[in-house]
Design a protein around this ligand. Sequence first.
Ligand SMILES: [Zn+2]
Length: 584
Amino acid sequence: MKNSSVSYQAAKEELKRAVDIVELIGQFVQLRKAGQNFLGLCPFHSEKVPSFTVSPSKQMFHCFGCKKGGDIFAFWMAYHHVSFPQAMRDLAERYHVSLPTGTLGPLEKAKFELNEALLEINEIAAQYFHQLLKSSAKGEPGRRYFARRAIPAEIIDEFRLGYAPKAWDGLIKFLKSKKADLEKARQAGLIIAKEKGGYYDRFRDRVMFPIFNMRGQVVGFGGRVLDDSLPKYLNTPETPVFHKGKLLYGLHASYQAIRKSGCAVIVEGYTDFLALRKNGFHEAVATLGTALTREHIRRLKGYAREAIVVFDPDTAGKSAAMGSLSYFLDEGLPARVALLPGNEDPDSFVNKKGVVAFQGLLENSVPMFDFFIDRKLSEKTDYIENRVDLLKEIIPVLSELRNSAQRSLYTRRLSEKLGIAESALIEELEKWGRQRSWTARQNDLVEKVTASKAKRKDDLFLLNLLVNYPHITQRVINQDFRLLLSDPAVIQIFDSLAEMHAKEGPLPAAEVMDRLEAEDAKERLREAMLMAPFCDDNEVELALAEFEDRIQKIKILEAKKKALKKGDIEGLAKIPKLIRERWG
Ligand SMILES: [Zn+2]
């Protein structure tokens, strides 16, 4: 970190020692041991075959797919969408390391302070709504609502449910009494600015559901009306700490149970979630009144091996489920759909029939793919037209499936359901695939033009040697190994290393990494550090000799070229001798 004070740096080092990166990342990504490292599905890009690597010995992670990587701080920042100072603070709190107030860059400082202020003001608001519900006369309508829903006191306390009074300035008065900054409250989405100056409360006469991040902090609210008026739900608008498309209600409380069973149950509303929770069912999460997003599914993948989406039978529920099918397929998280009978939602169902009946419903859930097809087929009465429509929709989804075994399984199922020959479907898929692969081919071409892959292998090999056998550094620097490199990022690493080595002598690779400026240089070094050594101890000498041989050839070739160009006959005449001397 630039501009950081010495003590800030010390705290950073202390944290790096205190935190085990496998344990930390393992809380958010399912990791399994693979050799010296741990592997999992990357939380930052779509993949079905794990290329997300965590190294306990080097205390770093790297994704060989999307190239994201770094140390504990880099992970925390990327996963939680927070700044570096925020990551420091979170980890310090989690691992009981005290943090000095270091000097930050002005931009980082401003961002950090804003997020802090928004979290703080959300916390004050949560206390206000909760206290009002628990002990104020004004909270009576809220208490009646939760009593009607049979939500017990433990749940009200655990999820800090609350009530926003029927007033334009209930929260505003409270914030003023706490000397809170009203402009910050506006930025947190709690109050709205009036045109002629001043503010008014956004949430009025609603029961309040605080929404927590994975760290258990209140980042926003969902407010529900007490009657049937509209809008039924009102959420905090997007703020720097509140992103609807990324948050899942209740995940912070459910993730351990989800990990244990391997299955996440997705419901639509806060009250559905709470009703299940109250009945002892701990593997649920709820969306915040939006359709499922790719980000949601990617996040769940860190805890679940399978998801079951629970929907009530109204059409809105069904189309929402269909929209997410391609995300589930794409992210490789198997998904099923559980349909509730009649006019029930999970809340009413579990309250009436109990948790065992709900579990029965989950057991009878159907694969989302089948659900999608059956639903489509029942949409229109014209059978032929229906099938054509369905094919148009399903072929692109199927061709997205990168796992060929899965694809042929689904193709067979589709053929059975539609009564269309499997071969005809495969032909359609191939046709679609050919259209699509045009972009893929173009990408290949771009890659070929920008980099000669064979040459780049040398870069990586050499880097790998240097990282695993630092004692060769001086020899490599002396021997003009730079001549073999073609990747600008690796050349940069090489030059920085040579410079540091000249001034300070041998340095550990992690230290070199910390000092590199360019992101692509860091990326290459990380990759080299996380790959297994390309050769054993006793092969190092051989590898070096081979490299040195090639360097000599290059040098001689260049000398020859130069001599030819200049018409330097004498110089040219020396070349065969040079070759003889080296290679006999
Ligand atoms: Zn990745």
